[in-house]
Design a protein around this ligand. Structure first.
Ligand code: GRF
Length: 192
């Protein structure tokens, strides 16, 4: 099987990066490089443990964009997979990847998305709104927060006693199977 070369970009603990890497063998993609936007982030250790090259990008603005595009050409990647990247991505990066940029969000978009909706804040907002379900969403990235087309979602039922931290862990557990399978389906549909 010809595997699609991907780059993962994040700045967090890297649990989604680990799941994507671990499941790559039986999927249609290959993780060529892990990019961290934060020095010594967990995601870098995940890459090291899996013996996958990593790069840390420190620039801001156009310099950040240049660094990402230079890594794209160094590793010839055709999909950029965001996994715990908290900032807006510039249009220049989305265009360089021909729109093949995916993100995972820890709630059921279009609810609980947008600026400030990241990490534990999302789960607090979901519980405060007395929602009966939450979940995770894989979507296409545009230059606006959490607005691109939704390509996959998975729900979990909420119970009264859940804490935001428990909900965060439950959502992460489903992300780890949802993201690799959504990426595979996306590649099958788009990258012929
Ligand atoms: C995940 O919950 C994901 O939905 C969000 O950022 C978090 C990253 O976690 N975009 P990890 O670094 O993959 O553990």
């Amino acid at each position: 099987m010809l595997k699609t070369p991907i780059a993962i970009l994040g700045s967090g603990t890297g649990s989604n990066a680990r799941a994507l890497i671990e499941q790559a063998e039986q999927r249609n993609y290959e993780v060529k490089v892990v990019i961290s936007s934060k020095l010594s982030a967990g995601i870098v250790h995940v890459a090291d443990a899996a013996e996958i090259p990593s790069r840390t990008v420190r620039g801001v603005g156009e310099q950040f964009v240049d660094e990402i595009l230079s890594i794209q050409s160094e590793f010839s990647t055709s999909v950029l997979v965001l996994a715990g990247f908290m900032r807006l991505l510039s249009k220049r990066i989305v265009e360089a990847y021909c729109g093949n940029v995916l993100n995972i969000h820890p709630a059921l978009l279009p609810k609980f998305g947008g600026k400030g909706m990241y990490g534990i804040h999302v789960h607090k907002a979901v519980l405060e709104a007395n929602e009966t379900v939450s979940g995770a969403t894989v979507h296409i990235v545009t230059e606006n927060y959490d607005e691109g087309a939704i390509i996959a979602q998975q729900q979990i039922a909420l119970t009264d006693t859940l804490t935001p931290e428990q909900l965060q862990q439950l959502v992460k557990n489903i992300e780890h199977t949802l993201y690799p399978s959504a990426l595979e389906s996306y590649i099958l549909s788009q990258m012929k």
